[in-house]
Design a protein around this ligand. Sequence first.
Ligand code: DAH
Length: 340
Amino acid sequence: MIEQINLLKDEINNLTAESAQDAENLRIKYLGKKGVITALFNDFKALDGEEKRTLGKPLNELKTLATEKITLLKESASMKPDESILAIDLTRTAAPMPLGTRHPLTIVRNEITSIFSRLGYTIAEGPEIEDDWHVFSALNFAEDHPARDMQDTFFISRGPDVLLRTHTSSVQTRVMEHSQPPIRIICPGRVYRNEAISARAHCFFHQVEALYVAENVSFADLRQTLMYFAQEMFGPETKIRLRPSYFPFTEPSAEMDISCNLCGGKGCSFCKHTGWVEILGCGMVDPNVLDACGIDSKKYSGFALGMGVERITNLKYQVKDLRMFSENDKRFLEEFTSAH
Ligand code: DAH
């Protein structure tokens, strides 16, 4: 029996276990009810006194050795990291976080307002749901005057006097009603018109309006402001041209063209071979408008200008179809990641 005990000691010293389950199987094999060591203890009972005396100690040592070894194997098996953790590459750099991008119209609107803020203009905002007075009447659109048809209006069924603003010139009215010159404001915002949606027209779009009212404001001031804006927005080579036009709220009124920023004025399909593209309307504030808003038109004069943000964005980024701006197609929006 002593040989068997010594063999088992060697065997047990060399045991290994891959998992806690392996270790448990070993426990059953050696120390379980029908285990090898348990069997030796049964045999031991049948031995005579002399044999018992010589074999008792080594047999107990064998049992202690087996118990300790198997417990140790169990512990180290349960401490082994699980395979799925080993599969993670801890040296890999963190994945880049996908950041959202600004909408192209927001980028351009911010650029416009920042150019005007450098000239001392502050931002003014007003409601999109308006009334006739602020959108039309105060701005010198006579009732039943065909000029009202220039802007197809959405009326809200609550009454003929509730409508969606057709231009941000309504914010001019609101500011002039509540403040006295000098007034120098820029009014960005969304406007609505009852138009069929196509590549070139939409039922809502965005405008930025600027208004300057003070003593002795002249057309020369307007022209200089326009020039500064155009060159800041489209580059120092940009030329401007003013054409006479008509708006009820300005007198005289003009439309401004810039030299085509694609061909530099030589003529291309974008500018229909004229070398010029139209970008905004402007003029000297009609004295009737100043008076309607409680500003003394004998003492003060002013100029106003208004532009479409989509139009300016098209010029800067050649977006061919207006509908792209409101479709929220990520592929389109992500093209503007690097622009501010
Ligand atoms: N409100 C005009 C429009 O929506 C744009 C405009 C033209 C604004 C001339 C102005 C201006 O302030 O002076 O068509």
